[in-house]
Design a protein around this ligand. Structure first.
Ligand code: C5P
Length: 369
C-alpha cells in the first residue's frame, strides 16, 4: 500500500486543495484586472498569453518527467543529485531518450482533442473575465461541474446518485439567478472605472458586456467538461506517466495556440512576430500567465493524487475568496439576488461533494466530478 505523498510534511492532497483554491481566486482577479485596467488599444494579446502558458507548462512538465525518469535507471545513492539532473538534460542520456520515446508514442495523438479544447477554454476565459465582474464569473464557472457530470454520464457511462442530480439542479438554479441579476442590472454594456483622479495614469473606462461574458463562460464550461472527461479517459486507459501526458497536451496545444497569433491583423504595425506577441505584455499579463501555468500544474497533481471531491471544494472556496476580494478591490456591489444565487451554488457544490453513504465504488483517476 503506497503512502500518501507529502509536501513539507503535509499531505499533498490538502496542499493541492488550498493551493488550487487560492490559484483559482487569484487567477480570476489578476486576469480581470489585466484585461480591464488598460484601454483596448493598449491591452495585451490573450492568444500570446495562452501560447506562452502552454510553452512554460510543457517545459516544466518535461523537466518533471525527466526528473522522475532519471530515478528509474540509477542506484538510490546517485538519485536526484545535481549532476544527475544535468546529465538527464543531455539528449543522449537514457532518461532523456526514454521520456522522448514516451512522449512520441503511437497513442500520443489522443491528447490532441483535450489540447484543442483546453486552448479554446483558456482563450474563452479571457473573453469572459473581461466582460463580467470577478465574483459573477466565478459563480457562473461552477457550471462546469454540471457539464463535467453530463459528459461523464455520456462518455464514461458513470452513474450519479439522486442527491448528485438534485445538487446539479440547484447549481443550475443558483447560476441562473446570478446570471439574470448580472445581465439585467444594466440593459446596455456596463462601464467600470479603473484608476482614480489621484492616480498618475488617466482615468480609464472599461466597457463590459455581461451577455458576451456569460456566452463565453458557458462555452468554457462545455470545453472544460469535455476536456476533463476526455483527459480522464486517456489517463485511465493507459499506463503513461501523468507528466508525459502533460507534455503531449502542451505540444498539441501549440498549433491551435499559435494560429490566432499568426492570423491576427498586424497591418497597423511593422513589428515582427515576436515583438507583436509581446506588445503591451506587462507585469499583469505575465502574472496571469504564471498563475495559469501554476493552475495547470496543480490540476495535474489534483487529478493524480486526489479526487473530484477535493477539486469541487477547491473551486467553491475560491468563490468566497474572489467574492471577498472583489468587494475590496473592485468595489463590487453585493445585491440580495447575488447572495442568494452564490449561496445556492455553494450549497449545491457542498451537496454534490458529500461522500456517498452506500454508493457503489466510483474509481476516479481524474478530479473531474
Ligand atoms: O477549470 P478546469 O479544471 O477545466 O481547468 C483546467 C485548466 O488546467 C485548464 O487551464 C487547462 O489548460 C489546465 N490543465 C493542464 N493540464 C492538465 C489538465 C488541465 O494544464 N493535465
Amino acid at each position: 500500500v503506497s503512502k500518501d505523498p507529502t509536501f513539507c510534511g503535509m499531505p499533498l492532497k490538502y496542499v493541492s486543495l488550498v493551493t488550487l483554491a487560492v490559484q483559482n481566486a487569484s487567477l480570476s482577479i489578476v486576469m480581470h484586472y489585466s484585461r480591464v485596467s488598460t484601454p483596448p488599444h493598449l491591452s495585451y494579446s490573450p492568444a500570446s498569453a495562452v501560447l506562452l502558458g502552454e510553452i512554460i507548462k510543457g517545459t516544466i512538465s518535461f523537466l518533471i518527467a525527466l526528473w522522475k525518469a532519471q530515478d528509474a535507471d540509477r542506484p538510490l545513492s546517485s538519485r536526484r543529485s545535481f549532476c544527475s539532473i544535468i546529465y538527464a538534460l543531455a539528449p543522449w542520456s537514457a532518461p532523456f531518450r526514454q521520456v522522448c520515446s514516451e512522449i512520441f508514442s503511437t497513442d500520443c495523438w489522443k491528447l490532441s482533442i483535450p489540447a484543442l479544447l483546453y486552448v479554446v477554454q483558456n482563450s474563452l476565459q479571457f473573453v469572459a473575465i473581461g466582460n463580467l465582474p470577478v465574483a459573477s464569473f466565478q459563480v457562473a464557472y461552477q457550471m462546469k461541474i454540471l457539464t463535467t457530470a453530463a459528459f461523464s454520464v455520456l462518455l464514461l457511462r458513470r452513474k450519479l446518485s439522486s442527491t448528485k442530480w438534485l445538487s446539479l439542479f440547484f447549481l443550475a438554479i443558483g447560476v441562473g439567478i446570478v446570471q439574470v441579476q448580472t445581465s439585467t442590472s444594466s440593459t446596455s454594456p456596463r462601464e467600470i472605472r479603473v484608476g482614480s483622479a489621484h492616480d498618475a495614469a488617466p482615468l480609464h473606462v472599461h466597457i463590459m458586456s455581461p451577455l458576451k461574458g456569460f456566452g463565453a463562460v458557458t462555452a468554457a464550461c462545455f470545453t472544460s467538461g469535455l476536456a476533463g472527461v476526455y483527459f480522464e479517459m486517456v489517463l485511465k486507459n493507459s499506463k503513461a506517466d501523468l507528466w508525459v501526458r502533460n507534455v503531449q497536451l502542451s505540444l498539441f496545444s501549440l498549433l491551435p495556440a499559435i494560429a490566432p497569433i499568426l492570423y491576427a491583423p498586424r497591418y497597423y504595425t511593422s513589428d515582427g512576430l515576436i515583438s507583436f506577441m509581446f506588445r503591451n505584455f506587462g507585469g499583469w499579463a505575465w502574472a496571469t500567465v504564471v498563475i495559469q501555468v501554476i493552475g495547470g500544474l496543480i490540476t495535474a497533481v489534483v487529478i493524480k493524487y486526489s479526487d473530484n471531491i477535493l477539486k469541487g471544494f477547491a473551486t467553491s472556496i475560491s468563490i468566497i475568496l474572489s467574492f471577498l476580494s472583489s468587494v475590496v478591490l473592485f468595489d463590487f456591489h453585493v445585491t440580495l439576488s447575488f447572495v442568494i444565487g452564490a449561496s445556492t451554488v455553494l450549497a449545491a457544490t457542498a451537496m454534490y461533494n458529500q461522500p456517498p453513504l452506500k454508493e457503489p465504488h466510483i474509481a476516479m483517476s481524474s478530479g473531474c466530478i
